[in-house]
Design a protein around this ligand. Structure first.
Ligand code: UP5
Ligand code: MG
Length: 204
């Protein structure tokens, strides 16, 4: 596909900070196609006959980052599929398109490879709050999510991977002046109000 017609926003932040929740809001108002790397990996894991199923399951339970070849291929396939069958929503007129890539890139090798070979992001929306707040949100969601990694043991590992492996990616984009940081401690609507200001500025 033609990178010049595509707007990509990376949505980053710790486990349970609210990336998926805020992306849903943005989809409604701005017509973004929302691609969560974690959701794509979980779908691949559940796909009958997938050669990666077991491997993905182990990585996710341990809070580790799945090798980038798998994740990048899933993202590219999903992007291509959307571009070939574009939604009839704002932002998708005249062959143009816009994506929110949620929870990716979360390791330096992924960031460099995706920027080089797939597409660069317009900016990075980075949500921050304390681990205490994230833990509370994840334990709340655990009651209904059915996610294999929504348990105390996996959550602690996810926090560590985020700090050690994913924060360097945020810092890398910060140096490139691409990061818009939004404090995600407030209520969902209050956070979204700040997100809208950031996105309006970026798309202007
Ligand atoms: N909630 C949300 N916002 C709130 C607010 N402002 N106030 C009060 N409550 C709020 O939200 C979590 C919960 O909090 C929900 O119940 C929500 O209602 C509430 P959600 O929007 O789901 O948070 P999100 O940040 O999306 O949390 P998620 O658990 O999805 O983040 P992770 O980054 O941990 O998970 P992800 O699915 O991205 O990745 C999972 C795993 O996949 C990784 O650990 C890794 O093993 C693997 N992975 C890779 O290997 N490579 C990748 O590139 C990506 C993932
Ligand atoms: Mg999510």
């Amino acid at each position: 596909f033609d990178k010049n017609n595509i707007t990509v926003i990376f949505v980053l932040g710790g486990p349970g900070v609210g990336k998926g929740t805020q992306c849903e809001n943005l989809v409604k108002d701005y017509g973004f196609q929302h691609l969560s790397a974690g959701d794509l990996l979980r779908a691949e894991q559940a796909r009958p006959g997938s050669e990666f199923g077991e491997m993905i399951s182990t990585y996710i339970r341990e809070g580790n980052i799945v090798p980038m070849e798998v994740t990048i291929k899933l993202l590219e396939n999903a992007m291509r599929e959307t571009i070939n069958n574009p939604p009839k929503s704002v932002g998708w007129e005249d062959g143009k398109g816009r994506f929110l890539i949620d929870g990716f890139p979360r390791k330096m090798d992924q960031a460099i490879e995706f920027d080089r070979s797939t597409c660069e992001s317009t900016f990075v929306l980075f949500f921050s709050c304390t681990e205490e707040v994230m833990l509370e949100r994840l334990m709340g969601r655990a009651k209904t999510s059915g996610r294999e990694d929504d348990n105390k043991e996996s959550i602690v590992k996810r926090f560590r991977t985020f700090t050690e492996t994913s924060m360097p990616v945020v810092d890398y984009y910060r140096k490139a002046n691409k990061v818009v940081e939004v404090d995600a401690t407030d209520s969902i609507p209050a956070v979204y109000a700040k997100v809208k200001v950031a996105v309006d500025a970026a798309l202007a």
